[in-house]
Ligand binder design. Structure first.
Ligand SMILES: [Zn+2]
Length: 366
């Protein structure tokens, strides 16, 4: 078994769902970084669970020439998925929660640095381990606030099928509460249905989605800011006029467009419904897009190593929270199998990725 596969099996065997502490999986990774300078950034989450972010560097500095950024949490898994923490290897793939999103990347980074004599590096190399990415990039935002590290070249780990990603959409989330008036359903005139009113809000949201789609950014597929009303919940019984209806809406702003634009449009549309409509609109999250970097040294290198052209993605990553450097999102495995039972990563991807990372470290740090 190759070193990166051994490390990945170790990492997958430690459950690190975002609701759990990530300390065990971080400690497992740190075993492979003996002699590095380790800065810990611990915090407790809203459920009082201990979380830690780590910045490991080959020199005592906050300025790195090259940094690998990796989240340590995973999404939850179905209790009946036998391979969730098994790390079973079959048909050239390694199975388990986090195998591709994103412990496979971490295993490749750790294997690559174990094959590098870090004492001889002329420029500082950093490995950053973050907590709570899957629930809103909480750890990355924390490190950004603390100004924990600046890096000239940054590789953020995500399963991109070993294709360099140079830009990504942002992520925004809002809650709409439509207020009505409860009454016996036999006497509708005595109440006001929040569900009927929510229907009009939904049609207004559809208009907003069309407006957003009219402004294109051809670097992306789909080439616009997309909007989704993903959740709706309202009413208390079949024979009660609904007193309240809630709609959860998200949008994914493309770089170059104001991330607040969708919120402006939604407010405008709600106001247009009329003064008798009682609707609250609150933006809960507004993560900026990951804009393309002005330089291309890192993306060009990864393009030539992987022989794949740089691309863009429509999902949010930690890259948006770490501006000021040339940043590329990259990693083994594909997002198409992440976040579901049967998640796996091809062993061939892992092997190639280790070689690419060794070459990248040589190019920037030697
Ligand atoms: Zn991920």
């Amino acid at each position: 078994m190759t070193h990166e596969v051994e490390i990945l099996r170790e990492l997958v065997a430690i459950p690190s769902v975002s609701s759990l502490s990530n300390v065990p999986v971080v400690n497992c990774a740190l075993k492979h970084l003996e002699g590095w300078h380790i800065e810990r950034y611990p915090y407790t989450d809203a459920a009082h669970t201990a979380k830690v972010n780590v910045v490991a560097t080959t020199a005592r500095t906050r300025d790195a020439e090259l940094a690998f950024i990796c989240h340590t949490d995973t999404v939850p898994f179905e209790p009946d998925w036998a391979d969730a923490v098994s790390g079973r290897v079959a048909n050239g793939k390694l199975y388990g929660r986090g195998s591709c999103d994103v412990k496979g990347f971490l295993a490749c980074v750790l294997a690559a640095v174990s094959q590098t004599d870090v004492a001889t590096l002329k420029k500082p190399l950093a490995i950053v381990l973050t907590a709570d990415e899957e629930i809103g990039c909480v750890g990355a935002k924390y490190l950004a606030r603390k100004k924990a590290l600046r890096s000239r070249h940054t590789i953020v780990g995500e399963p991109t099928g070993l294709q360099p990603v140079r830009a990504g959409k942002g992520y925004a989330l809002a809650e709409i509460v439509v207020h009505g008036k409860e009454a016996h359903s036999a006497f509708p005139a005595q109440g006001r249905s929040a569900i009927f009113d929510a229907g009009r809000v939904l049609i207004a949201l559809e208009r907003v989605a069309k407006k957003l789609a009219s402004k294109k950014n051809r670097d992306f597929d789909p080439p616009c800011t997309t909007l989704n009303a993903g959740l709706i919940r309202g009413g208390s019984a079949k024979n009660i006029i609904a007193g309240e209806c809630r709609i959860t809406v998200e949008w994914r702003p493309v770089p170059g467009h104001d991330p607040e634009w969708a919120a402006h449009l939604i407010r405008e549309e709600i106001a247009r419904l009329g003064e008798d409509f009682r609707v609250d609109f609150e933006v809960k999250r507004l993560d900026p897009p990951f804009s393309p970097s002005p330089t291309h040294h890192l993306s060009k290198l990864l393009e030539s190593l992987s022989k794949r052209p740089a691309t863009t993605v429509s999902f949010g990553t930690e890259a948006a929270h770490l501006p000021g450097s040339e940043t590329v999102v990259f990693g083994p495995g594909t997002m198409a199998v992440a976040h579901q039972s049967g998640e796996h990563v091809p062993l061939a991807d892992l092997k190639k990725c280790v070689a690419y990372f060794r070459a990248t470290i040589d190019r920037f740090c030697k």
